[in-house]
Structure formats: C-alpha cells, structure tokens
Ligand binder design. Structure first.
Ligand SMILES: [Zn+2]
Length: 312
C-alpha cells in the first residue's frame, strides 16, 4: 500500500481535455483497499469515462499489491487452470486467424503478469518462434526449466528492446496506463510492417457495471485510469496510430463473480479480500452461466478483445 498517497484531480487520458462531467464520486478501492476516495468523470470532448480524482503518477505503483499480477496459483485449482487454458487457446485461435497464414517468428507480451500465457505459447509455438515478455514486477514468474522465453523486468515505456516483432499482445494492461496513446504509438514502432497488436480491456457497456456501479469488476479503483466502450476503444486505437481490424466480446465470469464478491465483502465489512473469500469460486461457477446469458441478451460482454494493425 502507498507510503505516501497523493490524490489529485486530472484530465482526460485520451484527449487531454480538462472539461469533464463528474459521474460517480466517493468511490473506494473495494478489492485491494487502498485508502482514499476517488471519482469518475466523463470527458465532454471525447466522451471517455476516466478516473478524474486519482492517485498522482508517483503514488500509483504503491496502489498495487505485491502479488496483484498473480491472481491465483494455477496449481491450486484444476478448475481455474482449465478455465485459463481454455481462454489462452481461444486467444491463440484468434491470433492465428488474423495472421492468415503469415509465419509467426516473434511475439512480445507487455505486462506478462505471472507468465502463464507465455508458458502456454511456448508449448503452442515451438522453436524458433521467439517469445519475449515485459513485466514491471517479475518476482512471481516461474518459467519452465530450459525455457526460451526472454523476460525483461522493466517499465515498458523506459525499455529499449532494439528490435521489432510480428505480434504484440497486451492483456488488461492498457486501462492501467496514464498515457495510453503514447504507449500505443511506442508499440506501433515495435511492430514489423503488417504486424498485429492484440489487447484486451474491460467493457464499460456491460450490464454488470450498471448493476454494480461501485463494485463492478472492471473498475479496479484506483488502478484503472479509464474505462473504454467500443467507440472509445476505436478512438484510442486511431489516436495511437492503429487501425482496428476486429473487436470481439469475451465472456468473463468474473464480471459477475468479482462484482458480487466486492459488494458482499464491503456490505458485510468482511476482512477477507473479495477474491480470497470462500464464496468466490462458487460465484465464478454461478457467474459463468449468468454472464453467458446476459452477454447473449444484451450483446455486450464484460471484456473486449481488439485486434489492430499499424495504420497507413
Ligand atoms: Zn477526452
């Protein structure tokens, strides 16, 4: 938790405007319990929802738990392991579909978290496919013995990789960034001509956000700096120098499970963190059905996966 947390008023991370309309105030960190009260505004110029009352940039690293990027130990639950492997398989099917038969020789993952996706890819794409990961805090990454994955424990914005890649993937990273447009431009410079960027972000338009306005899984106050819907996602891509090639919804049982666990633990003043509560796994199982149904009915899912190519 932050040693010294400084909370400030900030402008829109997408267009830089300071012309925001306050939408939700008095928001708290119900997941990791960083102190402070925060607010979400909507930019009157580009319509992005963003965290307007937020930690200043220097305080942000202190708002993350040391194991924030490791949501669970995959060895603990075969069910969770199975769910995540199914998700990785789905991601790779999409990637290969958009590769369209072009050979894949190198892939970079920005914010590789616990390294599990890269480890999965290492099995799916045998040598000589090069796999590179960047992670701010790599202490929880355990790679298989003899792994060919190259890891950089660094801030991506400060790192000189000195090379280009066929594919860059970035899952649940963008919404944490203070300067997302600049980061996208940087990624663009790291892609070979015709290269692919895949990224995933929460979808502000999910019905679970309306049902749990202060406890929704995608809020992650104060770590998520802005909240995208499909039009804002396309806008962000364009500003970052990308052409959005495809966008698809992705079912996330956590949309219900985390939101409801956030709500229960706060209402009952429980000491346990929402994702560590005994009712979290049952909520995931119940959530899988509920979320699948609401995705079908509303046409909006809790997560969006975007596939983009450098524009022009
Ligand atoms: Zn704006």
């Amino acid at each position: 938790m932050p040693q010294e947390l400084k909370i400030v008023e900030g402008g829109c991370p997408l267009c830089g405007s300071r012309n925001g309309e306050l939408r939700l105030a008095g928001l708290r960190d119900v997941e990791n319990r960083v102190p402070g009260e925060y607010a979400i505004s909507r930019c009157r110029d580009c319509q992005l929802h963003y965290l307007s009352t937020r930690p200043d940039e220097a305080s942000l690293p202190g708002c993350y738990d040391t194991n924030y990027h490791v949501r669970f130990d995959r060895a603990v639950s075969p069910l969770m392991r199975g769910l995540f492997n199914a998700r990785y398989a789905l991601r790779m099917r999409r990637l290969l579909r958009h590769q369209g038969g072009r050979p894949l020789t190198s892939l970079l993952e920005i914010g590789c978290g616990d390294g599990n996706l890269l480890a999965y890819l290492e099995k799916a794409f045998p040598a000589p496919v090069e796999l590179v990961g960047v992670e701010l805090d790599a202490r929880h990454i355990r790679l298989p013995e003899g792994s060919r994955i190259r890891l950089h424990e660094a801030d991506f914005d400060q790192l000189d990789l000195g090379r280009q890649f066929d594919v860059v993937v970035m899952y649940h990273v963008l919404e944490h960034l203070v300067r997302p447009v600049e980061t996208l431009r940087r990624i663009r410079s790291l892609l070979k001509p015709g290269g692919l960027l895949l990224f995933q972000v929460p979808n502000w338009n999910t019905c679970w956000r309306s049902l749990f306005p202060r406890h929704w899984n995608g809020l992650q106050i104060p770590r998520h700096q802005f909240f995208l819907d499909p039009p804002r996602l396309a806008d962000l891509c364009a500003r970052g120098g990308f052409r959005l090639e495809a966008m698809s919804g992705l079912m996330d049982p956590g949309d219900f499970a985390v939101s409801v666990c956030n709500w229960i633990t706060e209402r009952l003043h429980l000491k346990t963190l929402p994702r560590r509560a005994w009712f979290y796994l049952p909520a995931v199982i119940l959530g899988a059905g509920l979320v699948a149904m609401t995705n079908l009915v509303t046409g909006q899912s809790g997560e969006m996966e975007a596939i983009a190519r450098p524009a022009g």
